[in-house]
Write a protein that binds this ligand. Structure first.
Ligand code: SAH
Length: 226
């Protein structure tokens, strides 16, 4: 029935950006961010989220909420994608590891800002689909690997930043090791389906780790790999 043109995805995306900024303003005391940084706002305004969700979800693609993407997984809420990106202070030229490729949307947002995104997905069907999608959308700077995110991606370590998009019971040691001194990691930690917190970890120059709890969140679980 409805066509892409009739749905006005560009207009919907512009309204989503305004809505995410409003959510930033409402959570500024917890997060320390009163508004999206200019690069993150530009990325959110550019990446076509409707291309990352199944056809039957497209009309909902620009709501500020998670959506099902198949295999029991979800594309995260746009506010959480933006905030996770801002929390690691991404810079042009950096190399970033993402755990939990899912649809590829968070990887695309990161890829608009940094030089290379390495993304690990456990489920082959999702990972392959996301890799094809990212390639067809022109994201030549995203590499997707099927594997267990608990192990990170040692061949490309160390990373300037790590963004984990599924909840782990505790911070995986391999990921901490693969973070550069001065690097930042954002990761939801807590029980599957229970209370989780979005943690920001900063690795100091001396290798010590600073932890800050940013927000209560609800993510799908980071499933132990085999
Ligand atoms: N970042 C995604 C949202 C991902 S939902 C997006 O932007 O769409 C979390 C993803 O983590 C799911 O795709 C799930 O299959 C994946 N996942 C779960 N456990 C994992 C593991 N051990 N290693 C890698 N990926 C995992």
């Amino acid at each position: 029935m409805s066509t892409a043109a009739a749905q006005d995805f560009d207009g919907q995306r512009a309204r989503l950006v305004a809505e995410v900024d409003a959510t930033y303003a409402a959570t500024r005391l917890e997060t320390g961010f009163a508004a999206m940084s200019p690069p993150v706002r530009a990325a959110l305004g550019k990446v076509e989220r409707h291309r990352f969700v199944p056809a039957r979800q497209q009309s909902l693609a620009y709501r500020n909420r998670p959506l099902p993407i198949g295999s029991g997984q979800t594309i995260s809420q746009p506010y959480i994608v933006a905030l996770s990106t801002d929390l690691v202070l991404p810079q042009a030229g950096q190399r970033v590891l993402e755990i939990g490729t899912g649809s590829g949307y968070q990887a695309a947002v990161l890829a608009e800002i940094v030089s290379t995104v390495y993304s690990v997905e456990l489920l082959p069907a999702l990972g392959k689909e996301a890799a094809q999608r990212l390639q067809s959308l022109g994201y030549a700077n995203v590499e997707v690997r099927i594997g267990d995110g608990y192990q990170g991606w040692p061949e490309h370590a160390p990373f300037d930043a790590i963004v984990v998009t599924a909840a782990a019971p505790k911070v995986p040691e391999a990921l901490v090791e693969q973070l550069k001194p001065g690097g930042r990691m954002v990761i939801p930690v807590g029980a599957a389906g229970g209370a989780q917190e979005l943690l920001l970890l900063t690795k100091r120059a001396d290798g010590g780790i600073e932890r800050r709890s940013v927000l209560p969140v609800r993510f799908v679980p980071l499933v132990p790999g085999k």
